[in-house]
Design a protein around this ligand. Structure first.
Ligand SMILES: [Zn+2]
Length: 456
């Protein structure tokens, strides 16, 4: 009896899957053809970054880029276009430099880390203690006092290696260091330093914290291994100013049957203050926007509303994601899904999904429509920093997954420019985002909510 029921359920499931794919296949194929017919998304991204350059929270360039984006969204004919106000942190780098004084004298490329304090005027001159890990620093804590600690830690994966960028200043200051340096968080370097956010601890003295290149970290390490003590002088004039006004850029394709039920998709508009933030995350922002513009252009209006949100302040505060959660608290339960593209717009592979097992099953059916562009992989877990706050309130989340082999080469550096991206790959990202968002927004029933099963 049980077997019969199970067989019936399996057949039903298979039929649902086949029905869904058959129903949406012609639409998906149209979207793929239209997205890949030209380089519209890439051209729009190039215009954004050529006109406005990098876009750190609090900067004039970010606000002008948001003005331009809202204006273009209106011209696209999208609905309910608006900038939703957010107060954001305002850190400015100012002048900064590092010079190796002993055993030879030369300037090194350097980037202060976001949120770092300045050095005193005239800088800090001290011997460098090079360590390969937090554990080594603990063992050699007696040697760190009064020195500049350099964490020369090779890249393994971002989550592991970024700990030194985030927590290096606290660990070094705890050991009595006067400043801290990291080897840039990247697996590949052409002597370009990489910036990013960092943290202080209110119980530990604040010391300046900066990144040097992989190459120079290795130089200092070799000097130490030869029994010499390298000496450097660091000067930084970074400041944290009062919070500044910014906006999340929002536009909609209003649903034809259930306009109050929402699928959010987006990337973040802000970037670090180096390069042009083309890959991180101008590409994800423009691809999400283009996905909705394309659906509108094709006359494809799903049952529920598609809402593009181009977040502000992902890089150093998440004020945009938090402000959205608070401003939309009353309609969080009507958010069926939130999608983020913040891993670069290289060749798409599929999506990571965080939500219930039954929702995961439906998303897997939909992904069959993305097979022609190689984006049909669905992995468990995924989302994005900006949608994190609404995911924490129960909204299923999804992150676009792409070929990540080159992402961290350019991430948060002067090399994050649009030429690193490929128009065809970006167009496929647009198609993947458009199809996934459209089909979820058009399903007979909302994605079932709930936690995933414990088996991971
Ligand atoms: Zn990003």
């Amino acid at each position: 009896m049980l077997n019969t029921v199970l067989t019936a359920l399996t057949l039903l499931t298979q039929r649902d899957s086949a029905t869904l794919v058959a129903r949406y296949r012609p639409i998906a194929d149209r979207v793929i053809a239209a997205a890949t017919a030209d380089s519209a998304a890439y051209r729009r991204l190039a215009e954004l970054v050529d006109r406005f350059g990098h876009r750190l929270s609090g900067s004039e360039s970010l606000e002008r880029a948001i003005d331009w984006t809202l204006e273009q969204m209106r011209r696209d004919g999208l609905q309910n276009v608006r900038g939703e106000p957010v107060m954001v942190p305002h850190w400015v780098r100012g002048q900064e430099q590092i010079e190796l004084l002993t055993p030879t004298r030369r300037r090194l490329p350097m980037l202060g880390l976001g949120g770092s304090i300045a050095t005193p005027p005239g800088g800090i001159t001290a011997e460098v203690l090079v360590v390969s890990s937090f554990e080594e620093l603990e063992r050699r804590a007696a040697d760190a006092k009064g020195r500049i600690v350099l964490f020369d830690v090779p890249f393994t994966n971002y989550g592991q290696t970024v700990q030194y960028r985030r927590n290096g200043a606290v660990a070094a200051a705890r050991a009595g260091a006067v400043a801290s340096l990291i080897r840039s968080v990247t697996p590949y370097s052409m002597r370009t330093p990489h910036t990013g956010s960092m943290a202080y601890d209110s119980l530990v003295p604040r010391i300046p914290h900066a990144a040097i290149t992989v190459e120079d970290a290795m130089v200092l390490h070799r000097i130490q291994d030869r029994g010499q003590r390298p000496v450097v002088r660091i000067e930084m004039s970074a400041q944290t100013l009062p919070d500044a006004p910014s906006r999340n850029s929002v536009a909609e394709l209003v649903g034809r049957e259930k306009p109050n039920e929402v699928i959010v998709l987006g990337g973040h508009m802000d970037s670090w203050d180096v390069g042009t933030g083309a890959m991180d995350d101008g590409g994800g922002a423009v691809a999400s926007w283009e996905a909705v513009r394309l659906l509108q252009q094709l006359g494809l209006r799903p049952r529920r509303t598609l809402r593009v949100v181009l977040w502000t302040n992902e890089e150093n505060g998440l004020a945009g994601g938090n402000a959205y959660r608070d401003a939309h608290a009353a309609e969080i339960d009507r958010h069926e899904l939130a999608i983020e593209s913040d891993a670069g717009v290289f060749a798409p592979r599929g999506f990571g999904f965080s939500g219930s097992d039954s929702a995961l099953q439906i998303v897997r059916w939909i992904s069959a429509l993305l097979e022609p562009i190689g984006a049909d992989s669905i992995s468990r877990g995924g989302g994005g920093a900006d949608i994190g706050p609404i995911m924490a309130r129960g909204v299923p989340g999804m992150g676009l997954e792409v070929d990540g082999s080159r992402y961290f080469w350019y991430h948060h550096s002067d090399a994050d420019t649009v030429d690193k991206l490929d128009p065809v790959e970006m167009a496929k990202c647009v198609a993947a985002l458009a199809i996934m968002a459209y089909v979820v927004a058009d399903l007979d029933h909302p994605l079932p909510r709930g936690a995933p099963s414990a088996t991971r």
